[in-house]
Design a protein around this ligand. Structure first.
Ligand code: FAD
Length: 481
């Protein structure tokens, strides 16, 4: 039997169920990746993401070559390309791991139908999450809308099932399954229509495992506090690996739990706090699967203040936010980190999102789209879920009256302005006392810091206290309508 393994957001060999199954069941195995032309054309994802994906694919291609398998790639409409490949190579079965985004679900259904018409079988597997939406449900089988309830059931299921990882067959067994096809070098980012960038986080399965090892040997045991400090190495930076599947989420959970038996200082609370974040990731995946309307609008229709009307003022404020020129240093540092590296610290993501929605009163969907185009870890479920949380329209939403004060957040989590100075060089010589609100510097202080407000660094685009009050007033009006 000849099988194709269609790689998608699972760019690894370890604990890779579709690959493991094909190696187990088929006499011949062909690995395939298809660059989705409409997605490339849409530029819905940015250069950071595309370069990271290419790096992952390069490593995957060479890991497969070490096993004697030549990875093939195509470019075009995915369904057409996979079908064409399956017919050309006379495949009996196509294997893939499931994806839960509404667009992917439609594509996969179409793929199954087209292959079935040609008499080609399909086999699909759970991979992107530890538990799929139907596996973690409420008492009457309903999808869960609160994280705390979901988390409790997720753990109950984990203890009941004790998920194991998928072993890969011995390399010599796989080598015998090679088909006489030569592998073609992958296209470059430029050839795909994107700028070439060196990814800020090293792509590929090997690096994902090294990063996981580094994290569970140290930072995980200080995570509850460390994760909030943007200047420190307090979080795992595994999100792009989990997004592209260079790391299996099941392996991540096992590694975290095993770290509790390490010698040296361990902290159960911190480890469980980190696993909570992986569960948030799965929670948002199940929200997307069960409530696909979130893609086009709010999860729930709560009364939130209307966003600013379209026009030059809205555009000016949005541009200032995108470029990191709002005059609020923590917001500007975050946006510049995103623009330069394709990544942003979680605490800062929450601050910039709150600022966009509540201080600038710009619709959350504009922020969501901007993040999708710039993040290395751009993921529909996590991005949408978090933006809705910040907009107070989501599942366990931030209360509408809660509005982050950027200066207070920055004083609390970046007290000496180490993170700010890294991304906002204009403020490098500003004192730690003034760095959170540099517009409060006297003319002498500005002179000393070589930073003239309004010239070297912008004055605040809005006054936070006034903007906050306006948002709350509008919220009250909306609620009494
Ligand atoms: C407005 C906004 C947009 C976001 N967009 C994305 C996105 O597109 N893709 C994405 O992966 N995360 C997104 N997040 C969640 C979070 O910011 C990142 O997952 C996290 O910063 C990644 O860093 P890390 O790998 O060091 O995380 P860690 O703190 O080490 O957490 C481990 C893993 O858990 C998952 N995770 C952590 N926090 C969250 C969360 N709040 N929601 C869902 N999963 C989480 C990630 O997969 C992460 O890699 C967003 C958060 C906000 C506030």
């Amino acid at each position: 039997m000849r099988g194709i393994v269609w790689f998608r957001r699972d760019l690894r060999l370890d604990d890779q169920p579709a690959f493991a199954a094909a190696c187990e069941e088929c006499d011949e195995v062909i690995p395939l990746f298809v660059f989705d032309e409409p997605l490339l054309q849409s530029h819905g994802f940015g250069a950071a993401c595309v370069n990271f994906m290419l790096g992952c694919l390069e490593e995957l291609q060479s890991s497969l070559a070490e096993l004697g398998l030549a990875m093939q790639w195509r470019r075009g409409f995915q369904v057409d390309e996979v079908l064409r490949a399956a017919l050309e190579w006379e495949a009996d079965v196509v294997y893939w791991n499931r994806d839960y985004e509404p667009r992917a679900l439609m594509r996969d259904q179409a793929m199954q139908n087209r292959l079935a018409r040609e008499g080609i079988a399909t086999k699909t597997y759970k991979d992107h999450v530890v538990f799929e939406a139907e596996e973690v449900r409420g008492a009457t089988g309903e999808p869960l809308q609160r994280y705390s309830a979901y988390r409790a059931r997720w753990w109950a299921r984990w203890h009941a099932i004790k998920p194991t990882v998928h072993a890969v067959r011995h390399p010599s067994m796989i080598t015998r399954k090679a088909v006489r096809l030569s592998s073609v070098p992958l296209p470059t980012a430029n050839e795909l229509g994107y700028e070439h960038l060196v990814p800020w986080i090293t792509p590929g399965e090997r690096c994902a495992h090294e990063q996981l090892r580094w994290f569970v040997e140290g930072p995980i045991h200080r995570y509850a506090d460390g994760r909030n400090r943007p200047a420190s190495e307090g979080s795992s930076k595994l999100s792009p690996h989990l997004r592209f599947g260079t790391l299996s989420s099941k392996i991540a959970v096992h590694a975290a739990l095993e770290s509790l038996s390490h010698t040296g200082p361990v902290s159960r609370t911190d480890v469980l706090t980190w696993i909570d974040e992986l569960i948030w990731r799965e929670f948002f995946q199940q929200v997307l699967a069960a409530f696909p309307h979130v893609v086009d609008g709010p999860f729930r229709n709560t009364s939130v203040p209307p966003s600013r009307d379209p026009g030059p003022e809205r555009d000016r404020l949005f541009r200032a936010w995108c470029d990191g020129n709002t005059g609020y240093p923590i917001v500007d540092a975050g946006m510049r980190q995103l623009n330069q590296t394709g990544w942003m610290h979680n605490r800062v993501r929450m601050i910039v999102a709150s600022f966009l929605i509540k201080d600038l009163r710009i619709d959350w969907q504009s922020g969501e789209q901007y993040f999708m185009r710039h993040l290395l870890d751009a993921d529909l479920a996590a991005n949408n879920g978090n933006w809705q949380w910040c907009a107070s329209t989501g599942t366990d939403s931030m209360p509408g009256y809660r509005i982050f004060n950027p200066a207070l957040q920055s004083r609390k989590f970046d007290p000496d302005g180490v993170y700010i100075r890294q991304y906002v060089p204009e403020l490098v010589s500003v004192s730690s006392r003034r760095i959170h609100e540099p517009h409060l510097m006297t003319p002498e202080e500005q002179e000393q810091a070589h930073c003239r407000i309004g010239i070297n660094y912008p004055s605040p685009v809005v006054d936070h206290q006034l903007a906050r009050q306006e948002y709350l007033n509008l919220g009250q009006q909306e609620a009494t309508r």
